[in-house]
Write a protein that binds this ligand. Structure first.
Ligand code: NDP
Length: 294
């Protein structure tokens, strides 16, 4: 038996169509396009590509992109001033500060300086609190994309046993909250978890976000389980560059009921949920009802 391959690229494209279709109505009501500001500090080539892709996608969907590419030497005070200016700019709905920041900058303080109403990546402590309290608010893009894929594949998640491997603020914790809010029974595993394979084997849903390449083997998976592989590790294998997930795909695909590939699973969803969150925040800021997007 071979699992259904969850096609994140196709789902992201269908979400893009729904977002693009909703933007003109927003413009007609408000006289402006939804706006996303992305702030990048330093010149890490991979981050520059991410930021460029985000800007291109924003414009493709009919929204306005504000890009701030800043020198790695920028001082905390200067960066806080830029965030404050974006907070005050009415044309900016969402603000994303690309992490990680250079070591001399206080990441937590910068993220906390973003207006919570514009916290498009859901990383502000207020957004985390809202999610924990079950109050609607911005949700971190990657976990939201995973939830969309799971709901699209399985429908109602109520009562299912889920395990999230990883407990970062960016992925693991918000993912666990989203699954809990969807009425799953959730286990959160991390680097100190004992007997991880046994815990994974009990789960109907496995979300792997540890960054440990191919750690989760096929015989760890409960037959028929849905497996969402968030992990991305770049390696050179047989002289070729490869992107590996946290799950040993070749063995897991024979046991799981459904599985995301790496690449082509969670990755394409992350950028599209950023677009989704920008549009949703724009509606909230303009006191307009959010159109159904997923
Ligand atoms: P972090 O490094 O911040 O967190 C990793 C988590 O995994 C930690 O909680 C850590 O535990 C846990 N962990 C590490 N080793 C093990 C282990 N052997 N067994 C169980 N748990 C372990 O990473 P992120 O959450 O930011 O990202 C996770 C992965 O997802 C990375 O590969 C990243 O590249 C990828 N990613 C992919 C995205 C996409 O769009 N596809 C977006 C974001 C991330 P502890 O807390 O104890 O240290």
């Amino acid at each position: 038996m071979s699992a259904t391959i969850i096609d994140g690229k196709a789902y992201a494209e269908s979400l893009a169509d729904r977002i693009a279709a909703a933007v003109p109505a927003f413009k007609a009501r408000t006289g402006r396009a939804p706006g996303l500001a992305v702030v990048l500090v330093g010149s890490d080539p991979a981050s520059e590509i991410y930021v460029r892709n985000k800007g291109r996608k924003t414009v493709e969907l009919g929204m306005t992109s504000f890009e701030h590419i800043l020198p790695a030497t920028i001082r905390q005070e200067e960066l806080l001033n830029i965030v404050a200016a974006l907070n005050a700019n009415d044309l900016v709905d969402g603000i994303l500060v690309q992490l990680p920041l250079p070591g001399h900058l206080d990441e937590l303080a910068i993220v906390a300086a973003i207006d919570p109403a514009k916290d498009v990546d859901g990383l502000h402590p207020q957004s985390a609190g809202r999610l924990a309290a079950g109050i609607a608010g911005p949700v971190s893009c990657t976990p939201l994309g995973c939830l969309m894929l799971l709901k699209n594949e399985l429908g109602d998640l109520s009562g299912l046993d889920a395990i999230v491997v990883g407990r970062s603020i960016l992925v693991g914790k918000p993912m666990a909250q989203l699954l809990l809010n969807a009425n799953c029974t959730v286990t959160i595993a991390h680097s100190r978890t004992r007997n991880l394979s046994e815990k994974v084997r009990l789960a109907d849903i496995v979300v792997a976000a540890s960054g440990q390449a191919e750690m989760i083997k096929g015989d760890w998976i409960k037959p028929g389980a849905a497996v969402i592989d968030v992990g991305t590790t770049r390696v050179i294998r047989d002289g070729k560059r490869k992107l590996l997930g946290d799950v040993d795909f070749d063995s897991a695909v024979t046991i799981a009921g459904a599985i995301t590939p790496v690449p082509g699973g969670v990755g394409p969803m992350t950028i599209m949920t950023l677009m989704h969150n920008t549009l949703v925040i724009a509606h909230h800021r303009s006191a307009l009802p959010v159109p159904p997007l997923w």
